[in-house]
Design a protein around this ligand. Structure first.
Ligand code: OXC
Length: 314
């Protein structure tokens, strides 16, 4: 059973990887994802130029009955140079692809980091995170179509590597049309959808209190409760984007069936975030086994027979 995929010159023996932010802030965590069976790649914690401690704790919470997670991490990371040092060394010793995620707090900070990557020997893929909902006072850039267009115009004026964007979820068909119209103007290698559903609120029933400290308890939602939104965004963007732009499906994956459903909607790679944080790296083997069982039961022997094959009711 070949669970493989391709983005430009990057071949993925496995379609699974972590979602940026989960188990990827330190070199030890990154190594663990790479060394885990049934991952085809790794993505780094979204980097800012300088190291960041992130928001005050508690800033992450797992809901009851595996409903999902809420987080307001606030881009805690070791800083750009730490991840550049790591990827330049690691790319020589692993066959797995590496995604370098960046999330500058301004357009210029993102452009500066892209120049550093352009001038480096990094041969992996770059993910421009335009969707972090948790830095107080900072917007999710990809909800501003003009700002998204402007940063991509400036980036592609010099950047020649394999660049993709991490998008927030959209909830309006017109917005699917508008973001696709912007993205189709650029030679993007991929689009990764979705980031967490921004600014949800979770209450502790024992104490009538929010469960995370930052922003009065407002944080990004992930896990089971975001699956339907992830499916819709993968489907809508796949239907609208040029075929040269691959789609990474992220959001709500807790089982092989969830992976299968995202592939039906057109995803090429699949990221696991919340369930990886909850279950640890065994999630990759479990989900792969479940997916393999579904494919066998349906008589499929590769994912191309599934990808994009979601049926509608005529
Ligand atoms: O892009 C992000 N999405 C999230 O849900 N959380 C992190 C963060 O807060 O750092 N960043």
């Amino acid at each position: 059973m070949t669970l493989s995929a391709q983005i430009r010159d990057h071949h993925f023996d496995h379609i699974l990887l972590n979602a940026a932010g989960v188990m990827c802030q330190t070199t030890e965590e990154l190594d663990q994802i790479i060394e885990t069976s049934n991952t085809g790649a790794v993505v780094t914690k979204s980097a800012t130029t300088a190291p960041r401690p992130g928001n005050p704790k508690p800033r992450y919470h797992e809901m009851q009955d595996n409903l999902g997670t809420i987080n307001s991490m606030g881009l805690p990371n070791e800083g750009f140079d730490y991840y550049l040092d790591y990827v330049l060394d690691k790319q020589n010793t692993t066959s797995k692809s590496i995604f370098f995620s960046i999330a500058g707090l301004t357009k210029q900070e993102n452009i500066d980091m892209l120049h550093r990557l352009q001038d480096s020997n990094f041969n992996g893929l770059v993910e421009l995170n335009l969707s972090c909902p948790n830095v107080p006072g900072k917007p999710q850039t990809a909800y501003d179509f003009e700002a998204t267009q402007a940063i991509l115009e400036e980036a592609f004026a010099f950047f020649t590597g394999d660049l993709g964007v991490k998008l927030p979820p959209y909830f309006d068909i017109v917005h699917f049309n508008q973001i696709a119209e912007v993205l189709n103007q650029f030679p993007l290698a991929f689009v990764n959808t979705i980031n967490s559903i921004g600014n949800g609120l979770v209450i502790d029933p024992e104490t009538d209190t929010v469960v995370i400290k930052p922003k009065g308890g407002f944080g990004g939602l992930g896990g089971t409760i975001v699956k339907a939104t992830a499916l819709a965004n993968v489907r809508a963007l796949r239907q609208r984007l040029n075929s040269s732009i691959k789609v990474i499906g992220t959001g709500g994956v807790t089982s092989g069936r969830d992976v299968y459903d995202l592939i039906l909607c057109g995803a090429d790679l699949i990221e696991i975030g919340s369930q990886l944080a909850i279950e640890g790296t065994p999630v990759f083997d479990r989900v792969t086994d479940e997916l393999t069982a579904i494919l066998k039961a349906k008589g499929y022997d590769n994912l191309n027979q599934v990808r994009g094959q979601l049926q509608i009711i005529e």
